[in-house]
Design a protein around this ligand. Sequence first.
Ligand SMILES: [Zn+2]
Ligand SMILES: [Zn+2]
Length: 337
Amino acid sequence: MVAQYPCLYAAALAIRRSIPLSPRYTFLMARSAIAKEQDILKLPPPRRAPVLTSRRIGIHTSSAGGVQNAAERAWRLGCNTFQIFSSSPRQWAPYELGNAQCAEMSRLRDKYDLKPLVIHVNYLVNLASVTELFLKKSIEAFRGEVERALALCAEYLVLHPGSFRGADREAGLLRTAAAIAAATQRLDLAKANLTILIENTAGAEYSLGSSFEQVAEVLDRLRGLVPIAACIDTCHTHVAGYDIVSETRMTQTLKHLDETVGFKNVRVWHCNDAKAACGSKLDRHQHVGKGSIGLEPFRRLLNDPRLAHAAFIAETPIDEPGDDKRNVETLKKLVKK
Ligand SMILES: [Zn+2]
Ligand SMILES: [Zn+2]
């Protein structure tokens, strides 16, 4: 399949040559997000270890001050899994990442039993781009994401399949699959237990991955080339037009998901409520239980034995200090003992 895209092979080779063996990453940290919230690291540490459930539940956690700080924050927020960015989400330059930081991340994850570690790829990366230069830049940046995920011993790297503007959807899906294959050449993800997760999207114009079939197609094309599975976002699912609100319709939606992507391939659920209506294609996350999805679908997800292997991670807004902790607590309370 990749052989149809010799230009990508050439790009990947050129990129590989330009990547130093042990890269020093520029220090660049987005502080605006954390400035708005009350940083849990600035509060006294909890006196007792948080009460956990039988499910892996976490939240996207700030890496301010260094990625390793996210592990301490996640534990204090009551998580036993978490997600981070390893580069500024809307800038090309990655965060600084040294051996000491990676070692500290692993030490804290062991100490607090925080697993899996999920890394979300920078939003600028578009592996379906038809612009050759932008595609090259995206492949280079994505390879950096994979390298940092390997350095941090992350289990999962979540990627939006991209935008096919300027081409047709099918060609876009092929381009994304080929670009992932090209960007991961000669990196042994399987040995490091790192899996790339294709996330379903809200269905904005030209965006790939708003149907389970499209997610499944990327998975099918990469199977055997690179460890690949899926991340399903509840908000994206809902606004893309799948009904998960009524119990009967949710049963049908889940059946459809199992028949296309397969439950065993859904390793992470992004547990976000939605501000917009079902089918609106508007990607606006809301606090769990406070949006157009409501609490019950999350209760059904968290207690479905067929999904028990997955991690459930919120990417909810922080409107008031403590919203992050409250969303984690809301999810945990839904799990039946
Ligand atoms: Zn998501
Ligand atoms: Zn989203």
